[in-house]
Design a protein. Structure first.
Length: 382
């Protein structure tokens, strides 16, 4: 559809265009790179258009929106629309779990860009949005015929400095965590487990297929496919792991490097060895070789466990749920929210797909559970 104009604050007129055509979007990449530099965001790999495209697939299809003022690019919002059997569902999501990778703009343009993008998406038939945004901006988002729920707060960060040595890195951790890293590393050594800094793609994939069955936290096929696309985008990335005394990989991890930052994608561990805390052991053994290679910071894509996350700098977070307040879709969502409430009152588990159908019409407590703010609650923080 043609771009729409939205007036913000009585002065700004921004024009927004949804870029569902991949080639048309790619033609804008040069402009986006310029905006990234001007906004001081070029060092964030998650905000580069190639990275965004690599995270999309046939179910979560790219529908980024570009915003212009007097013909000049002032904002890009990276969004995906869910598809069912190739058909649009009208449900759009932006940002990763921690709210990163959503918006490219100058700080002073951010609120106007977001408001404009939401208006354009509604005009093009989108009926539900969940926008996860790492920002301290609490500007009210509103629109005629829209129900908007906004949740804000501080969440555990996902970036961890490696500092100059293993001892300096450990000194940054709490006493209990520091002791655990040393204790479990020693126990793993005694059990004959060794760190493998480079694992071939073939061996890594075989280990993933095996460990994804014998693990507590399973990685979905879509996530593993995304990992491979990102590793290919960044020159193959790096796959590493832990090998037991029999030569079998009992933990694997993959990620990629951009500049001096290493982005951690996925880690899988053998649940039968949970007593050895393999996740902590593997990350502990990663520190020294990464420092030696010039890496100064880890970034955990989508967040990390609180065992490490609480030692990362906390970051602002905002989750915006947008729904049309009228029409058949609104009636259906209301019905779904009533069903979810009825199931909860009877102690039944509310299916994830039902929560998605409710979107912003869920009770606030249930909405929080669908955001990174739930990690703050789990840590016992207000």
């Amino acid at each position: 559809m043609d771009a729409s104009s939205v007036q913000v604050g009585g002065r700004d007129v921004l024009r927004a265009e949804v870029m569902r055509d991949g080639r048309a979007f790619e033609a804008r990449w040069g402009e986006i790179d310029v905006l990234l530099r001007e906004a001081g965001l070029s060092e964030d790999a998650l905000l580069h258009p190639g990275h965004f495209v690599a995270t999309t697939d046939g179910v979560r299809r790219a529908c980024p929106v570009v915003c212009r003022r007097d013909g000049r690019l002032v904002g890009v919002v990276y969004l995906v629309e869910y598809h069912l059997k190739g058909m649009r569902t009208g449900y759009v999501v932006g940002g990763d779990f921690c709210g990163l990778g959503l918006l490219v703009s100058r700080v002073e343009d951010a609120a106007a860009v977001m408001q404009t993008v939401i208006a354009q998406l509604v005009q093009e038939g989108v009926h539900a949005m969940h926008l996860r945004w790492s920002t301290a901006d609490t500007t009210k988002i509103e629109g005629d015929g829209l129900l908007v729920q906004s949740l804000e707060g501080l969440i555990p960060g996902n970036r961890m400095p490696l500092l100059g040595s293993l001892d300096e890195f450990l000194s940054r951790l709490g006493k209990h965590t520091r002791r655990n890293v040393r204790y479990y590393t020693r126990k793993a050594n005694e059990a004959g487990i060794q760190f493998v800094p480079l694992v071939s793609q073939e061996e890594y994939e075989a280990a993933v297929a095996r460990l994804n069955v014998a693990t507590v936290f399973h990685a979905q096929p879509a996530r593993l496919d995304r990992d491979e696309r990102l590793l290919a985008l960044y020159g193959g990335g790096q796959r590493m792991g832990l090998r037991d005394a029999k030569g079998e990989l009992v933990a694997v991890l993959c990620g990629f490097r951009e500049g001096t930052r290493f982005y951690v994608l996925t880690q899988l561990n053998d649940a039968a060895l949970s007593r050895l805390s393999l996740s902590m052991v593997l990350r502990g053994w990663m520190v020294e070789p990464m420092i030696a290679a010039g890496v100064t910071e880890w970034q955990f894509i989508g967040g990390t466990a609180l065992s490490l996350g609480r030692f990362c700098e906390r970051q602002p977070y905002r989750s915006i749920f947008v729904d049309r307040s009228e029409g058949l879709g609104a009636i259906c969502k209301w019905g779904c929210s009533q069903m979810a409430g009825w199931m909860e009152a009877r102690g039944a588990e509310v299916p994830d797909h039902l929560k998605l159908m409710c979107n912003g019409r869920l009770a606030t407590r249930r909405l929080i559970e669908r955001t990174a703010l739930c990690t703050t609650l789990a840590a016992g923080e207000s």
